[in-house]
Structure formats: C-alpha cells, structure tokens
Design a protein around this ligand. Structure first.
Ligand code: HEM
Length: 418
C-alpha cells in the first residue's frame, strides 16, 4: 500500500494536512515540510536540494562537524575515569550544535533558548490533538490549550530568528567566517533574486530555517542513541564495529571524514537501526487532494495518511528474524533508504522524500565512529548488557524513554595524539 500511495498515486498524496502546527509554528504552511504541494513548495524544494542541502554545501560544513565532535570527545576524556556519561544529552547537544552552526554561521547567545523551544515544540507535537481529529469543529481550535502553548513558543523562536536574520544583514565583510556561507546567507541571497516566482519574505526564511532544526536535530540524535543502545545490547556487533574503525584509522589518533566511506559495517549498523528504530515512526503525515482507491479501499479526498514505518521495519513478511538486530543483513545487499524499497523507507519516498539525507548521514557516521574509536563502553552499576532498558518514549520522534548513561573506558585519548 505504501508503494501504491507513494509511487502510483504520488502527486495526489504529496500534500500535507494543514493543522495547528502548520498554521502557528510553520508560518501558515510556509515551511518545506508543511507547505502544500504546488509552485511554492517546488520553489522551496529546489532551493533546498540545489543549494541548502546539496552534497557540496554539506561538505562545506565538514570542519564544523569535525570540531564539534572532537570537542565532545575531549569533554568525555576529561572526565574522571570510571564516571558515568549521559550520552543522550551529549549527542543531542552535539547534533543541535552542528545544525545551529551550519544554519547561523556561528554560536549565538540565544541559540540554546531557541533549541530548547524547538525541542518543546516537537514534544508537544507528538501528543494527541483533538483539534486534528475533528478539524471541522472550529471552536475546538479556539479552546485548544496546545494552540496557546504553540503561540507562546513561536513568539520566542520567531524573535530569536529575526534577530539572527537582522544580524546577518548588518554584518560587515568577514565579521565571522566559520564557513564560507551559512544557510541564512544562502536564503538571504535568494531573497534578493527577482526571478523567483514567489517572493521570499523574512517569514519564509524563518520557516525554512526552522525546518532544518525540527527535521534535522532530533532525528539524527535519536538514531545515534539507538545505534549505541543496540550495540551495548549486542556486544559482538560493538566489537566488530570497533575493530573496523580502529583498523581503518589505525594510529591516526582521531577520526575525520576522509575514511568514513571505508566503514562499511558501521554504515550497515546505521541502516539496521533505521529499520528497527525509525526516528519518525509514523513518517510525516500526507494528505490526498482527490478521492481515490487504494487496495480496494475508497479514500476520501483530504484524508490524513500515516505510514507505520516502525511496523514495516519489523514485519516478518519482509525481514528474517525481524526483531533481531543484525546489521549483516545489509552487507552485500542492494537495499537502501533512498525510497526505492517500499518495505524500508525511514526517510519517506516519492516527491516529498526527506531532502536532508546527505546532511544526516555524516552527522551520524562521524560521531559514532569517534565514540567507537576512542572508547570502550560499559553499563554502570554492573547492569548486564542483556538487561539494558530499551523502552521507547511517546512523541513525534521516538527516543529512548530513559537517557542512555554509559561508562567510557578510554582506548585512544585525543590529547596523546598529534
Ligand atoms: C536520520 C535522520 C532523518 C530521518 C530519519 C528523516 C526522516 C524524514 C521523513 C520520514 C520525512 C517525511 C518524508 C515523506 O513525507 O515521505 C522527512 C521529511 C523532511 N526532512 Fe527529514 N529526516 C532526517 C533528517 C533530516 C535532516 C538532517 C534534514 C535537514 C536539515 C531534514 C529535512 C527534512 C525536510 C525539510 C522534510 C520535508 C520534505 C517535504 O515535505 O518536501 N531531515 N524526513
């Protein structure tokens, strides 16, 4: 059915439901993720794939990723040997830090307030919404407590983003040059472009920047958290992954992006994690414009369609030993996540497939390879690996319910290296 919807009826199902989140947070549907299929969305999508998240642009952020990861590794090393590290917190702050520097060009004073507000929005968005179930009862929208919360958070994030935009406009020459062009620079350039079919206001820019945080922050950090959890639960996988990364980087003393393409086993660990723990388990909702028939069912126009990626990834009809964590299944296999294999679509598929794959992959591979290269990991308080709690939280993204806290044992200390 996923194939039927995303392949055969792709255009018809390329719309998104227009809910409170889209109205209040996404500037009336001005963001890439929430705008309805049409000219405006096509324009944004083009800017996004050709400019914002192109391979070249993502490569230009390499130094940001390497610096942020190296700083995380040094922080872990500086701790007293044997002390417990909250990896969930560290990873989340690392990924948001990378996205923020790529988007804003440098660290801003209010960056953390912005990130916390974004996290709160995602948390709120995960809960049930009566107004979305009964959209025609308008009074529910007025009475909704969520709406008020969203409006309060939106005022906060909007003010911060506007300050950052204005700061970019007013800066002189090479005031800050951590990267040649950050994402706001790119979008401001488009604002000056008179050939655009749709004018590009500050609101549009802010909506797109918000997309990068909501879609690009929690997703990658959630995957990393589950990768490490699964490796702790499956020590043989951890050993093999460590052996691979230590073989590839040898005595270099650090893991940079140059050798990442050689980490074949590590890549299959990420794929297997995306199968068992897709960070957006119900994908991003789609909506159909016109009435149609799918698998014998009449689907009325404007139905909200959810894909249960979590269940698809665990379906024994498609996967051997579907509940077991077996990265080997992806070695020598042509199955990937780019939207061609409909039983495995953690990034979605079709016209609205996630445009952030090229950015997400190094954001996950580099930290993971570093954590495996520099440290061995064990559970605190003599907890056995098979007893690690794997409960999931409830939300738009499904993270671990309890933070992943581990004890690192330094294998290669970065301060010892050149
Ligand atoms: C592991 C990381 C990620 C996962 C699993 C993921 C997953 C998804 C999924 C399932 C969708 C819905 C696709 C559909 O409707 O078919 C989506 C959409 C989207 N993602 Fe991602 N994503 C990730 C990282 C990122 C990153 C790093 C960015 C950008 C910085 C990003 C930007 C977007 C945007 C803008 C959309 C909306 C696309 C549209 O509506 O046209 N994502 N993502």
């Amino acid at each position: 059915m996923a194939q039927d919807i995303i392949k055969t009826h792709d255009i018809n199902f390329s719309y998104r439901p227009f809910n409170i989140l889209a109205t209040v947070i996404a500037y009336n549907g001005a963001s890439i993720a929430f705008s309805p299929y049409g000219h405006y969305w096509r324009q944004l999508r083009k800017i996004c794939t050709i400019e914002l998240l192109s391979v070249k642009r993502v490569q230009s952020f390499r130094c940001i990723r390497e610096e942020e990861v190296s700083s995380m590794i040094k922080t872990i090393c500086a701790r007293e040997e044997g002390s417990v590290v909250n990896l969930s917190e560290m990873i989340s702050s690392l990924i948001y830090g990378i996205v923020a520097r790529a988007a804003f060009g440098k660290k801003y004073k209010f960056q953390q307030v912005f990130i916390s507000a974004m996290e709160e929005i995602l948390h709120l968005a995960g809960g049930p919404s009566v107004t979305d179930l009964y959209p025609s009862i308008k009074v529910l929208q007025i009475l909704s407590s969520k709406k008020g919360k969203y409006e309060r958070l939106h005022r906060k994030t909007d003010g911060i983003l506007q300050d950052i935009l204005d700061d970019h406009r007013n800066r002189k020459g090479s005031d800050y040059c951590e990267v040649e062009e950050d994402l706001i620079d790119v979008l401001l350039k488009f604002q000056q472009d008179n050939d655009l079919q749709h004018p590009f206001t500050d609101e549009n820019i802010k909506a797109v920047i918000q997309d990068m945080f909501t879609a690009g922050g929690e997703t990658s950090s959630t995957v990393l958290e589950w990768c490490l959890s699964e490796m702790i639960k499956n020590p043989k996988v951890m050993e093999e992954a460590q052996a691979e990364v230590r073989r590839v980087y040898g005595n270099k003393g650090y893991v940079d992006e140059l050798g990442l393409h050689q980490l074949i086993y590590l890549k299959s660990i990420i794929k297997e994690t995306l199968r068992l723990h897709p960070p957006v388990p119900l994908s991003v909702p789609r909506e159909n414009k016109e009435r149609c028939k799918i698998n014998g069912y009449e689907i009325p126009a404007k139905s909200t369609v959810l894909f249960n990626l979590w269940a698809m990834g665990r379906d024994s009809k498609y996967w051997n030993e579907s509940e077991s964590f077996k990265p080997e299944r992806f070695l020598n296999s042509s199955i990937d996540y780019k939207g061609k294999f409909f039983e495995y679509i953690p990034f979605g598929a079709g016209r609205r497939i996630c445009p952030g794959i090229t950015f997400a992959i190094p954001n996950m591979e580099l930290p993971l390879a570093n954590l495996l290269y520099h440290f061995d990991w064990k559970l605190p308080n003599q907890i056995k690996h098979e007893d690690l709690d794997m409960s999931e939280s409830f939300g738009l993204t499904v993270r671990r319910k309890n933070d992943l806290c581990l004890v690192p044992i330094t294998h290669i200390n970065p301060s010892m290296c050149v």
